[in-house]
Structures are given as structure tokens and as C-alpha cells.
Design a binder for this molecule. Structure first.
Ligand SMILES: NC(=O)C1=CN([C@@H]2O[C@H](COP(=O)(O)OP(=O)(O)OC[C@H]3O[C@@H](n4cnc5c(N)ncnc54)[C@H](O)[C@@H]3O)[C@@H](O)[C@H]2O)C=CC1
Ligand SMILES: O=C(O)C1=N[C@H](C(=O)O)C[C@H](O)C1
Length: 269
């Protein structure tokens, strides 16, 4: 049987280039297309040459419909607006849509849920094995330690990141809130400044650092009286996210319509 064909959306981006490299170097899938935003200088060029290497025989297009026709999956690390539009197209094509894009709002998530009625969508704010293990640990530690242990999620990323808190920080915060048996919306507190008053008991705080080329660092701090427990994940190579996304695209091949996450792909929980 032919290898599944994967289209990469956001081909010129940090994650897009990593995905193209890993798909073409590996033997589990074939690169079926490369999509970028209208106006990108990469449109019309061979994607391998645009990346500074040998030709790969795939021309970058700004027409996702053309790219998805004849492919089995689309991996998407782009922007919220692009992701919502792509979800409608993959649903029409009945192709697996792997979404790594973060910063999605409530309306975006509703549109993605509607698209998932027609085809499988696998979405995670972090596709790495390590972070997805840490999510389960965070849920357990939050449940085991009482509300007198304050929870703070601290994340650091490169200077180009446009959304905060990171998708990973939100997933970790949600896991801590689940451990406490409450929705995150009730508990979350964002960056503090000025006379904030004392910490609200039971709340979950978020803080974001941006600078340099940091790939992604996350700490979940449980601060008690006289002691702290810190759960930490350090990403040093974007390949961890790309490998997870490719694994998700392959896993989704025999799945029916619906919304899935990396815990489903990795068999965690
Ligand atoms: N879930 C995960 O494991 C990870 C998620 N991310 C998320 O992925 C997203 C992208 O991250 P980066 O690659 O660092 O950003 P980037 O800015 O380097 O790449 C984004 C790409 O999307 C393209 N794009 C924009 N609009 C488009 C459209 N309409 N159609 C097709 N392509 C379009 C841009 O031209 C660019 O090539 C961010 O939301 C980031 O937070 C990043 C790393 C891991
Ligand atoms: O923008 C990034 O780079 C990353 N984004 C994801 C997030 O928002 O958590 C995952 C990873 O931390 C890198």
C-alpha cells in the first residue's frame, strides 16, 4: 500500500520546515504538498530549494484545496485564522487534520468542532511526548496536594512567539484545574502588576517570558508552606513537536470523524 500523503501548511515557518525535513527524511509518509500564505515569497518555488537544499518535487502553493486533493492528511502549524479555514477544507476532503496552532479563541474552537463532525481532527497545544506525560502528572499532583498548595505555571519562549500564555501552559493549567475538580476559567489569573492584593486562594497563575531563541520551557510550580514541588519540561529541539505531529497524522488514518488529542495518539490517561 502507498505511504499516506501529508500536506504541510505553514511550509516556510519554523515548524513547517522541520516537518518537511522529517517527512522527507523518514520512510513512513510522503510529502504530498506544501502550503503557505498568499503573498509568501515561497509561493511557486520548489519547497526543498526554498529551504536551501535539493529540490523535493513539491511546489509551494497558496491554494490549499489543490494541495489537499489526493492527500490523506494535513499538518497545520500556522495561525488561528488559517487553521479555521483549513479545518473546513480538510473536512470537505475527509482528510485527517493535525492542528498544532495555538492562540485559538472560543469561536475558532467551535468552528473546529463543527469541522470534526466530518473528518478526524487531532489538536494539541504541544505534540511532544514529554509534555503530554507531564499533563497527566500535573493532574495527579494537583489532586494529591490540597488547595493550600498554590499553583503557578511559568513558561518561556523565543522572541517571535505571538500568543501568551502558550498553548502548553494552558493545557498544564487545565490539567491542574481538573485535578482540583474545577474549570480553569474559574481559577485562572494572568500576569500581575502593581498593587494586586494577596494571591486569591485556590487560583492558578500564569506568567510568560519571551526572548532569544528559547524553543519552549514550562514549569508547573506547587508552592506550599516550607516546600515546593516543581514539574518541568524543557524543549531544546522543535523535532519533538514535528515527530508527534507526524505520528498523529499516521495514527488518524483509520479513525472516524471526531476531535482527538495527543493523549489519544500516545495511548496516555
Ligand atoms: N502544538 C505544538 O506542539 C506546537 C505548536 N506551535 C504553534 O504553531 C504555530 C506556528 O509556529 P511557528 O512555526 O513557530 O510559526 P511561524 O510564524 O514560523 O510559521 C507560521 C507559518 O504559517 C504560515 N501561514 C500564515 N497564514 C497562512 C495561511 N493562510 N495559509 C498557509 N500558511 C499560512 C506563515 O507564512 C508561516 O510560514 C504557532 O501557533 C505556535 O504556537 C509551535 C510549536 C509546537
Ligand atoms: O510557539 C512555539 O514555539 C511553541 N508553541 C507551543 C505552545 O504555545 O505551547 C508549543 C511549544 O512550546 C512551542
Amino acid at each position: 500500500m502507498d505511504k499516506p500523503g501529508i500536506v504541510v501548511a505553514g511550509a516556510s515557518g519554523r515548524m513547517g520546515q522541520m516537518l518537511i525535513r522529517l517527512i522527507t527524511e523518514g520512510d513512513q509518509a510522503r510529502l504530498a504538498g506544501a502550503v503557505d500564505r498568499p503573498g509568501s515569497p515561497w509561493i511557486g518555488r520548489d519547497v526543498g530549494e526554498a529551504m536551501g537544499g535539493a529540490a523535493l518535487g513539491v511546489t509551494v502553493t497558496d491554494d490549499p484545496i489543490e494541495a489537499i486533493a489526493g492527500a490523506q492528511a494535513l499538518i497545520d502549524f500556522t495561525t488561528p485564522a488559517a487553521t479555521v479555514a483549513l479545518a473546513e477544507l480538510t473536512a470537505q476532503a475527509r482528510a485527517v487534520h493535525v492542528i498544532g496552532t495555538t492562540g485559538l479563541g472560543e469561536d475558532d474552537l467551535k468552528k473546529i468542532a463543527a469541522a470534526a463532525r466530518h473528518a478526524p481532527i487531532i489538536r494539541a497545544g504541544n505534540m511532544s511526548l514529554g509534555v503530554n506525560l507531564l499533563i497527566g502528572l500535573t493532574r495527579k499532583v494537583a489532586a494529591a496536594l490540597g488547595e493550600d498548595w498554590d499553583v503557578e505555571v511559568v513558561e518561556a519562549h523565543h522572541r517571535h512567539k505571538v500568543d501568551a500564555p502558550s498553548g502548553t501552559a494552558l493545557m498544564l493549567g487545565e490539567a491542574a484545574a481538573e485535578g482540583r475538580g474545577k474549570p480553569l476559567a474559574e481559577l485562572r489569573t494572568h500576569a500581575r502588576e502593581g498593587i494586586t492584593g494577596e494571591r486569591v486562594p485556590g487560583s492558578i497563575g500564569f506568567a510568560a517570558i519571551r526572548g532569544g531563541d528559547v524553543v519552549g520551557e514550562h514549569d508547573v510550580i506547587f508552592a506550599g508552606q516550607g516546600e515546593r514541588v516543581v514539574l518541568r519540561h524543557l524543549a531544546t529541539d522543535r523535532a519533538i513537536f514535528a515527530r508527534g505531529a507526524i505520528r498523529a497524522a499516521l495514527w488518524g488514518q483509520d479513525k472516524g470523524p471526531g476531535e482527538y488529542d495527543m493523549a489519544d495518539v500516545l495511548g496516555l490517561d
